[in-house]
Design a protein around this ligand. Structure first.
Ligand code: SAM
Length: 219
């Protein structure tokens, strides 16, 4: 079995469950038009996150790393009409592109994109009493993952679901820079040893590079 097999299988799943629509493909097109490598989650991962959000009855979701808004669309669609997704993006150009994609998707009432570093915005959210969040998706820069986890815990309650993407690939990829690899290793160790959560990593395969997602529930 090789990547080609996983890509074929993922495409089969996407077609079977009809994991594409005008808003999602316009978002993917906007990334292509910008000439940027698409680092969004895959369609099946988007549906997975959406199902997780529905399972935990999420009304308030926090996302770190908006990019062009692809995962935000999936997550926001799990929210009730009075729900809220706050999505944090460091790069102002990405934040602007994501806002356009969110507006086009008709989700602007549910999604607030906060432009800036998650390391600054999360403490501010705590000061503003914006939490606790029902679900937190960590998908920003890898060197700061452990710090994001600590900050995420402060914005959580018992039962909050914390999911983090890309927690395996950088451990084993020999081309990954040390700061990324060490960031992910620190995060994985912290989560595994932390009594505040019950957690595991699920390996992910499909149309993206084989990787892993942490699934953690706050105790
Ligand atoms: C993997 S992408 C997110 C993909 C997005 N969640 C999706 O699946 O559609 C990571 C994003 O995190 C952003 N980022 C990097 N450092 C950040 C920081 N300190 N705070 C917030 N976002 C950051 C990057 O600019 C990039 O857009």
């Amino acid at each position: 079995m090789n990547n080609e097999y996983f890509i074929k299988a993922d495409n089969y799943i996407s077609e079977l469950f009809d994991l594409n629509d005008a808003a999602l493909s316009a978002t993917q097109q906007s990334i292509e038009d910008a000439g940027i490598h698409d680092i969004s989650i895959s369609p099946s991962q988007g549906k997975f996150l959406q199902l997780m959000a529905r399972l935990c009855g999420a009304k308030k979701i926090l996302e770190l790393g908006t990019f062009f808004g692809y995962s935000a669309i999936w997550l926001a669609r799990a929210l009730p009409p009075d729900g809220k997704l706050i999505s944090v993006e460091f790069d102002p150009a990405n934040a602007a592109a994501a806002q356009k994609n969110i507006n086009r998707s008709g989700l602007d009432q549910l999604v607030q994109i906060r432009s800036g570093s998650a390391l600054d915005i999360l403490p501010q959210l705590e000061i503003d009493n914006a939490g606790p969040f029902d679900m937190i998706f960590i998908d920003a820069d890898k060197p700061a993952y452990a710090e994001y986890f600590r900050l995420a815990l402060r914005l959580s309650r018992p039962g909050t679901l914390i999911i983090a993407d890309n927690v395996i690939r950088h451990v084993f990829d020999p081309t990954t820079p040390d700061d990324k690899k060490n960031g992910v290793l620190r995060f994985n160790q912290l989560v595994a040893e932390n009594d505040a959560v019950s957690a595991v990593i699920i390996q992910t395969v499909g149309c993206k590079t084989p990787d892993g997602m942490t699934i953690a529930v706050v105790n």
